[in-house]
Design a protein around this ligand. Structure first.
Ligand SMILES: *[C@@H]1O[C@H](CO)[C@@H](O)[C@H](O)[C@H]1NC(C)=O
Length: 336
């Protein structure tokens, strides 16, 4: 009898890790470091990266088509936003700053925004329907924020906000295009913009209002790299990309109730993480150069499921599929 109990207990323990996840690599070898990822559906995903490369799959990631954007062979596309199989927007970081749009599936790209201001460096972009936002490093001490109302055809810099003064050494990371989040509140229908900065200072801007973040900061390589929001909860990840196995101050859980409350996980992710994604209200994935972590309790405890390096990950809407992308043109898939 006792033996049977022990056996059952053992079987139960053996069955438990059945939850462990397997990452399927879909493509690799293209000479590009991918930082931009936009998942349109479980069928369609676009990626963007260095050497002027954009990639697209329309068959769940089975086959990939790569485009070199003419004239941009030496440029880096740190973020991409795709609307369908034909339409996408990319940002070329550094000077001169250019935002490009394709409406024919990636063959032709047209500049929809250019700025030759010295020091311009666009970092990330996000959309909620036709409305979009792009952010860049400070110009004359003010964080660069511009909006579009027409799916990226025209852009207007936000010159109204009084709160966009950057602290010394405070900027945005261009690690995964996920350090900003734009959404329409389902109850109030109001626009909500979350922005996280990093560097010597790392803060959360909620609709333009800055808040201190209890995340690692103080060096050029430290701070928040990514934010995702589900209902009244936000999770922010980051760390120190120059010490990518460091686990101190690399994750913040934010309660967005009437009074904003910030806490840290019990078991943080296992190193610097450049991107975080909610799969559901309690399942989260975070990836970075030192590996991939999953949390099943809304970010309180994280377990490492892979030591493989990925810069960015993105969930397919209305699906349990997650795409991941990183160095050497690598794109992978994780199914929950
Ligand atoms: C997530 O949703 C499920 C089902 O609705 C619920 O049981 C669970 O408590 C929720 N988790 C969190 C962290 O809110």
């Amino acid at each position: 009898m006792k033996l049977t109990c022990v056996l059952f207990a053992l079987l139960f323990l053996l069955w438990m890790p059945a939850r462990s996840q397997h990452i399927d690599v879909l493509t690799s070898g293209t000479a590009t470091s991918i930082r931009g990822l936009s998942v349109v559906s479980d069928q369609v995903a676009w990626v963007s990266g260095s050497h002027g490369q954009v990639g697209k799959s329309c068959d769940r990631g089975k086959t990939w088509r790569w485009f070199t954007v003419p004239g941009f062979e030496q440029r880096d596309f740190r973020d991409i936003q795709a609307f369908d199989t034909l339409t996408a927007i990319i940002i070329a970081v550094a000077e001169p700053t250019v935002i490009l749009k394709t409406t024919d599936g990636g063959t032709n790209w047209k500049a929809v925004f250019t700025d030759t201001t010295k020091g311009m460096f666009l970092d990330a972009m996000d959309f909620a329907g036709k409305v979009g936002v792009v952010v860049g490093d400070p110009i004359a001490g003010k964080l660069f924020v511009a909006f579009t109302e027409d799916s990226g055809n025209t852009w207007q810099r936000d010159t109204d906000s009084k709160h966009l003064e950057a602290g010394a050494g405070e900027a945005f990371f261009a690690a995964s295009g996920s350090n900003i989040k734009l959404q329409i509140n389902s109850v109030t229908h109001k626009r909500e913009l979350f922005m996280t900065t990093g560097g010597l200072k790392s803060r959360l801007f909620l609709n333009g209002k800055p808040m201190e973040l209890p995340i690692i900061q103080g060096h050029e390589s430290t701070g928040a790299n990514s934010i995702d929001v589900w209902g009244n909860h936000a999770v922010i990840v980051g760390g120190d990309f120059s010490k990518d196995s460091l686990r101190t101050g690399n994750c913040i859980l934010v309660d967005l109730g009437k009074k904003i409350r910030m806490t840290v996980p019990v078991t943080p992710p296992h190193g610097y993480r450049s991107c975080v994604v909610f799969m559901s209200n309690d399942t989260l994935v975070a990836c970075g150069t030192s590996g991939v972590d999953v949390s099943y309790d809304a970010g309180l405890n994280w377990q490492m499921i892979s030591r493989e390096s990925f810069h960015v990950c993105g969930k397919a809407p209305n699906s349990n599929i997650l795409f991941l992308a990183g160095n050497a043109g690598r794109v992978a898939r994780l199914t929950f």
